[in-house]
Design a protein. Sequence first.
Length: 385
Amino acid sequence: MFLLEHSLLLIKHVLGLSDTTIKTIELVRMKNLLFITTDFNYSSGVTRHVINLLNDTGRWNGYNLFFMSNGGDAINEIKKTNVKTVFEIHYGKGNIKYTYFIHNYIKILSVILDYKIDIVHTHHRYPELLASLIPFRKFKLISTVHSKVQKWNYLSFRSDLLISVSHAVKNHIIQKYSTTPSKVVVVYNYLSCYKNEAEKIKKNDLLKPESKSEMKKVLFVGRLCYTKGVDILIKAVNELKNRMLLDLVLVGKIEEEFESELDNLDVSITKIFEPVADISKYYLTTDIVVLPAREDPFPYVMLEAGLFMKPFIGSNVDGIAEFIDDGVNGLLFNKDDHLDLADKIEFLFANRPLAQKMSLELFNKVENVCCKKTYLEILKQFYEK
């Protein structure tokens, strides 16, 4: 990249070319890659994954990165990457998005044509649909499928290649949408943030004596909503508060329809924090991480718990049950069963050596199976195939 940039500067000086002409030459000689996602919020695992991708693919030689999203509280993270241009697209909520359909289609079409986009990588099926409708397209269309969606049977998953975040998601879109199996590939998400903190934990924390504090901390990270099962966790903690001293820490954005559920919180033992870019301090100060989701294709929280060597409890659904070997690298509880969850939380606190062993097993699995180097090599092969 260094030599290419200096070669262009030399050409510009000798031939007297304008900055605009040089910019055009750069766009022509390099592959132009457009990432499209929806709401870009810190509480979203999809957002954290896309931030990782933008940071890491931005270091590749031969690529210009462009980005389009619906905005959100994490949008300033884009300034820290090598993305050349950021475009805004309005999805709306619920059925309102259909009123934006033509406008959004034209916006995506214009960006692709004006910037000579070679590869479009979407992270939601709505922009995937819009991009797939462009006639006589010369760009490659790739979509990462992050969730088990419903409806839109004949309008979904029209990309040249579909990257599924788990086998649970792959099986879902093949069975429900009759997607051709050969164009769906499973590649587990990876983590590139928090590596320094995690390495310190690996070297030091396992040697620390167990805390003498009777107060135990339980952490949940993610959207505070029904799908993530936060109401189940609240019931479990209420069940446990007479058996042990507990602090419940919730880090995430409260969804509007879930606000009434928070009336059941015991405010004396619960703390709620807004999501921010760096949530490592919450992992560092907790005892266990719980994800009581009713469905979750492949949660980032599970991987982050492993990276920080924290004992993990999750519901036996989707990508959680696929990745967690019950009793080996974490504990699974029966979906929707707050009493079973309460028992699992109590069991972990009563069996600290086993909890530490499971957290180490989860760390090793995240390090080996969710490997950044392998993920990026596979992704680059897809882009250049």
